[in-house]
Design a binder for this molecule. Structure first.
Ligand SMILES: C[S@@+](CC[C@H](N)C(=O)[O-])C[C@H]1O[C@@H](n2cnc3c(N)ncnc32)[C@H](O)[C@@H]1O
Length: 291
């Protein structure tokens, strides 16, 4: 088979090398578009890049863009985004890159925080931490290496049970609009979810959340009785006016194609937040068509 150009051929070879054809249930036209965009930058709109999965961690960008749009409608010029569980730092660096792209798109400035022990996983507390998957010391961070790469993110090192104590009063972050939960353990996630009990001035009324550890195969066996899913279920049972809920129909919205991360996006609804009822929809009239 002849390829139209050497560059296109090598872009396609790159795709095959990264096994994208084999791993993603994504139509070939999108995979081709990804390859062409990586090589030639043909898709200019950031929103389209997110929809077509043309950028690293599109799920982070998608949540951050929506958080910034909500913030703007509520008259905020700055928001915070958080990654709980940083490990090597690839996610936090992606979050920084999305922060810059979202600022360019919306004018909303994003402050980024990353929480981690810095030493890898603590010891699992009990079976609910899924010790068959994770053990003490997994995912240790190279702190000098990551610190040297970070541009804007603040790394908060130590057990989240300590670093989250008084976090909002200490740092006075702009309203939190997106949180990536990737602490793996049930026990660590229970602690991190306490962030939603902070003063409303530090939170948007609806906070986009990504939960990393809830999609996997039978050997991982994620379920509602252990891990992050149990932490969410218990949090909801204990909080009358805050509920963390999946976004119904997210995968069908917009021009996107269904992907695993659509199942992993939740929104924390702060029903008692003074802005929870503030109208944000642009669809306000449905006139009958003149014809
Ligand atoms: C899977 S890794 C995070 C991966 C990262 N988000 C990424 O995308 O590359 C999980 C991290 O959670 C951190 N962690 C787990 N429990 C913690 C706790 N109680 N306090 C602070 N960090 C914790 C571990 O140190 C580990 O680095």
């Amino acid at each position: 088979m002849r390829f139209p150009s050497k560059n296109l051929a090598s872009a396609l070879r790159g795709l095959v090398r990264r096994k994208l054809f084999l791993q993603d249930p994504i139509p070939t036209r999108y995979l081709l578009l990804r390859a062409l965009d990586r090589r030639y930058g043909i898709v200019k709109s950031y929103q389209r890049k997110l929809d077509y999965g043309l950028v690293e961690r599109a799920h982070y960008g998608h949540c951050m863009l929506h958080a910034a749009i909500l913030a703007r409608k509520l008259q905020h010029s700055r928001i915070s985004c958080i990654e709980f569980g940083v490990a090597g730092g690839a996610g936090l660096i992606a979050m920084e890159q999305h922060a810059e792209a979202v600022r360019a798109e919306t004018g909303v400035e994003i402050v980024v925080f990353g929480f981690d022990t810095g030493k890898g996983m603590p010891a699992p507390v009990d079976y609910r931490d899924l010790p068959y998957l994770w053990q003490s010391g997994y995912f240790a961070m190279d702190i000098p290496k990551l610190s040297g790469r970070l541009k804007i993110a603040r790394l908060l090192l130590g057990d989240v049970a300590e670093t989250l104590q008084d976090f909002t009063e200490r740092e006075k972050p702009p309203p939190i609009g997106f949180i990536a939960f990737d602490l793996d353990y049930y026990s660590s996630t229970v602690t991190a979810l306490k962030i939603f009990e902070a003063n409303h001035r530090y939170l948007l009324p609806r906070v986009a959340c990504y939960f990393d550890d809830m999609v996997g195969d039978i050997d991982w066996a994620y379920n509602e009785f252990t891990g992050e899913l149990l932490a969410i279920k218990e949090f909801n049972a204990q909080h009358h006016d805050i509920k963390i809920a999946p976004v119904s129909g997210l995968r069908f919205s917009g021009r996107r194609i269904p992907q695993a991360w659509h199942e992993q996006i939740f929104v924390a609804h702060l029903f008692a937040h003074p802005d929870y009822r503030t109208p944000i929809s642009e669809l306000t009239q449905l006139p009958l068509d003149a014809n």
